[in-house]
Unconditional design. Structure first.
Length: 452
């Protein structure tokens, strides 16, 4: 018997059905159902025989799903109904008792929370592995100089180790965000029913413990209407993907013939359909291209949830495709970044040659004048005049004569030439967090402690 006098329109069935994508939640759905059945039996809401029949049927369904033998049918609206249909077919009418004291509203919220928590921790593990790779590369290239850039123009020299560690700190913040996302998903919604609670004396703490949740959502209305934890995970994924896009962009630039700072392994590059000489950094380019896709999923779910009245609305079915694609895309990008760095070969001679341009010592020269009592703004103008003279004559700063130096300022005596020694440009950056080797070694100690 149904409340409705006519069948659903075909287009509405297609619009309404989520089984095509939410079937990937079957591991979480079966875990939740087993914990729920065990609780119903423990509380005497169903008999022990009924509980055992339900658990046996769920075990059979899990075996079918594991083996790829479970048949999802066109009439299955979602994964929950597909499992209940098959359970009833296996164990008879008692299969319908599994849905006692729960609703699909709290059931799906529980499945998505379990998935979000597990996925956040899996992504965190991938981020940790990428951090370890970057740290190893930094240790291998501890004292390799290269130009640091602003506006993609040579600015000041730094060590490659210092540059690589910048990504480690980005990824550490990503780990913190993913940890937060996992924590936000660590409360059990099940037991809230449709929205108001259920008419049975259930034990939500028992179910929470069985499923590994830290506790239960204390308000039934919030339990079924909350998807903040999905937003938190999408935000963490978006920021991480954005960080990877910056890494990808630098690998594209650095692997170009114009820079020649790095050679990517052939297995992470591709050729051209028409130009046989090409070796394109497509994987690195896709790290850039995939990031906006992940960001867009977060924006889209914000749009779905904004202004929704409490509690559950079918709009919330849209959470899953955004969540699934975002986390799948990030996992793939993390694997690609890992693979590219594992196979990357840095051209340290090319980097060092680019870092030897003494124009990038201009700031050091200005700072030397500051130490001699000249106000920085005045120093800036003096050194800018020297740079102009050098550029217009096609020379480096160190090639200017003593007379040319003195013409700009009486403070520019021959002793300032010590600034043009390349090692001084790097080792003079003694401030905490700077690029001098003692400070880089401090950073390495800090990140080793974080990863220990």
């Amino acid at each position: 018997m149904s409340r409705f006098a006519e069948p659903q329109a075909a287009a509405f069935q297609a619009l309404n059905s989520s089984v095509g994508f939410d079937q990937r939640l079957w591991p979480q759905d079966l875990r939740g159902s087993r914990a729920h059945a065990a609780m119903l039996g423990a509380r005497g809401i169903i008999s022990e025989e009924e509980r055992d029949a339900l658990l046996g049927g769920l075990a059979s369904i899990e075996a079918e799903l594991d083996a790829g033998e479970f048949a999802f049918l066109p009439d299955d609206e979602d994964v929950h109904m597909a499992v209940e249909r098959r359970l009833t077919a296996l164990v008879g009418p008692v299969g319908g008792k599994l849905h006692t004291a729960r609703s699909r509203n709290d059931q799906v919220a529980t499945d998505v929370a379990l998935f979000s928590k597990e996925t956040a921790l899996q992504l965190r593990a991938q981020v940790t592995e990428l951090m370890q790779t970057l740290v190893a590369l930094a240790e291998q290239h501890l004292d390799v100089p290269l130009p640091g850039y602003t506006h993609l123009q040579r600015a000041q020299p730094i060590y490659l180790s210092h540059h690589l560690l910048a990504y480690v700190w980005m990824l550490e913040r990503d780990r913190q965000r993913l940890t937060f996302a996992a924590q936000q998903a660590d409360r059990l919604p099940l037991g809230a029913g449709a929205l108001a609670g259920v008419n049975f004396d259930t034990d939500r703490q028992m179910v929470a413990g069985e499923l590994g949740f830290a506790g239960v959502v204390p308000n039934s209305v919030d339990a079924v209407s909350n998807r903040d934890f999905v937003l938190d995970l999408l935000h963490a994924a978006a920021v991480c993907a954005t960080h990877l896009s910056r890494l990808g962009s630098e690998l594209v630039i650095w692997s170009s013939q114009e820079f020649g700072f790095v050679v990517l392994a052939d297995r992470w590059t591709s050729g051209s359909s028409i130009m046989p000489q090409k070796k394109n950094p497509d994987a690195a380019e896709l790290l850039r291209g995939k990031a906006p896709r992940v960001v867009a999923h977060g924006a889209a779910l914000h749009g779905v949830l904004h202004a929704l009245p409490l509690t559950y609305n079918k709009d919330m079915q849209e959470d899953k495709e955004h969540l699934f694609d975002a986390v799948d895309t990030l996992a793939l990008c993390l694997a690609a970044a890992q693979g590219m760095l594992d196979g990357a070969a840095f051209n340290t001679e090319r980097m060092a040659a680019a870092a030897s341009d003494d124009l990038i010592a201009a700031t050091d020269l200005a700072d030397l004048l500051v130490k001699r009592g000249v106000p920085f703004r005045e120093c800036h103008g003096i050194v800018a005049g020297l740079v102009r003279a050098a550029v217009e004559s096609g020379r480096g700063l160190g090639e200017l004569s003593d007379a040319e130096l003195a013409a700009q300022s009486p403070h520019l005596d021959p002793s300032v030439r010590a600034v043009f020694e390349r090692s001084s440009w790097l080792e003079s950056k003694v401030s905490e967090g700077g690029t001098s080797l003692p400070r880089v070694r401090e950073q390495l100690e800090l990140v080793r402690a974080l990863l220990a």
